[in-house]
Design a protein around this ligand. Structure first.
Ligand SMILES: Nc1ncnc2c1ncn2[C@@H]1O[C@H](COP(=O)(O)OP(=O)(O)O)[C@@H](O)[C@H]1O
Ligand SMILES: [Mg+2]
Length: 275
C-alpha cells in the first residue's frame, strides 16, 4: 500500500478446517470497509470456499440492497495437463497473470490457499508479504509448526511447513524484498478450557522465538462464523436487517477479535485504530 503495488496477504497452512478462508474473508471485508481497494485470489480451486463466499455476498447484496463492499475475486484452477512440469508451469503462469493485473489496481491482495501441499499453495506462499497461519487451538494442530514432546512440552524440531516458510523467507531475502512477516493466529479458542489455553500460549511464545513468527490473539469458537457463511457475510457486516440478525454481546466480542487480528498484522497504511 505504498504506491509501488499491493500488499499481499496469504492465508496458509497445510491443514484443512483451521480457519484460513474464514480469516481471509474477514480481513478482506475489514479492509474494504476501510476504503482500501481489495482483490481476492482463491488458490483452493477444489473447494473454492472463498470464491463461493464472495459470490454469496454479491447475491446477498443484490437481493437485500445492503450497502456492503464486495471485493473482486479470482480463482486459479488446477491444471489438467498430464505432464506435471507443464501443469506446474501453466498454474504459475495463470497466477502470475492475475497477480500482475490486480497488484497495480489494488491496495491489498488476499490470497487463500488449500489445506495441503500443492503447487498452487507453494506459488501463493512465495508471493506473500504477510503470511497468516490460522491453527485450531489444540496441541494436535501444533505439529503443523513443530514436533513437541507431549510430556515436557519441549520443542523437538520444526515441522515441514515451518521449514517451507523458512525457504520462502530465504527466497525473499535473495530477491532483496522486505522480510516476510509471518503471523500465527489461534482459532476456535474455547471460552472454558483455560488449562489448554495457557499451555498453548506458553508453547507458542517459545516457538515464535525459535521459528520467527508473531502470535495473533485469534478468534473464539463461535457458531455465528458458520451461520454467516451462506450469505457471504462477516462479523463486520452485522447487524443486518434483511437477516433479522441484531448485534449480540458475543458478536461485539467477535468483531473486536477481527479488529485485533487486523491491528496485529500491522499492514502498511493501516493505523493502529482499526474501524
Ligand atoms: N472461530 C470459529 N468458530 C466457529 N466456527 C469456525 C471458526 N472458524 C472457522 N469456523 C468454521 O470451521 C469450518 C472451517 O473453516 P475454514 O475457514 O473453511 O477453514 P480452512 O479454510 O482452513 O479449511 C467452517 O465451517 C467455518 O465456518
Ligand atoms: Mg479454505
Amino acid at each position: 500500500m505504498t504506491g509501488t503495488g499491493a500488499h499481499i496477504i496469504v492465508f496458509g497452512n497445510e491443514k484443512g478446517g483451521s480457519g484460513k478462508t474464514t480469516a481471509a474473508m474477514h480481513i478482506a471485508v475489514s479492509l474494504a470497509r476501510m476504503g482500501k481497494r481489495v482483490a481476492a485470489i482463491d488458490l483452493d480451486s477444489r473447494q473454492r470456499s472463498l470464491t463461493r463466499q464472495l459470490e454469496n455476498r454479491a447475491a446477498f447484496k443484490e437481493r437485500s440492497g445492503a450497502d456492503i463492499a464486495v471485493p473482486q475475486s479470482y480463482v486459479v484452477a488446477r491444471s489438467n495437463l498430464k505432464s506435471l512440469d507443464e501443469g506446474a508451469a501453466e498454474e504459475a503462469r495463470k497466477f502470475a497473470d492475475i497477480l500482475a493485473e490486480v497488484e497495480t489496481q489494488n491496495d491489498c491482495v488476499i490470497i487463500d490457499t488449500p489445506g495441503s501441499d500443492t503447487q498452487l499453495s507453494r506459488i501463493g506462499h512465495a508471493a506473500a508479504d504477510t503470511l497468516v497461519t490460522p491453527m485450531n487451538d489444540s496441541f494436535v494442530d501444533l505439529d503443523l509448526l513443530a514436533r513437541i514432546d507431549p510430556q515436557s512440552l519441549e520443542i523437538q524440531q520444526p515441522s515441514v511447513y515451518s521449514d517451507f516458510v523458512w525457504d520462502c523467507r530465504k527466497k525473499r531475502l535473495m530477491a532483496r524484498k522486505p522480510a516476510l512477516d509471518w503471523i500465527v493466529m489461534r482459532n476456535r479458542i474455547s471460552s472454558t478450557d483455560t488449562r489448554n489455553k495457557r499451555r498453548m500460549s506458553g508453547v507458542l511464545d517459545k516457538l515464535s522465538e525459535r521459528i520467527s513468527f508473531r502470535v495473533a490473539p485469534g478468534f473464539g469458537e463461535r457458531i455465528i462464523f458458520r451461520e454467516l457463511f451462506p450469505h457471504g457475510l462477516t462479523m463486520m457486516d452485522l447487524p443486518q436487517k434483511a437477516l433479522g440478525i441484531s448485534l449480540s454481546m458475543s458478536h461485539v466480542a467477535a468483531r473486536q477479535e477481527v479488529r485485533e487480528l487486523l491491528q496485529t498484522l500491522k499492514l502498511p497504511g493501516i493505523g493502529t485504530k482499526v474501524g
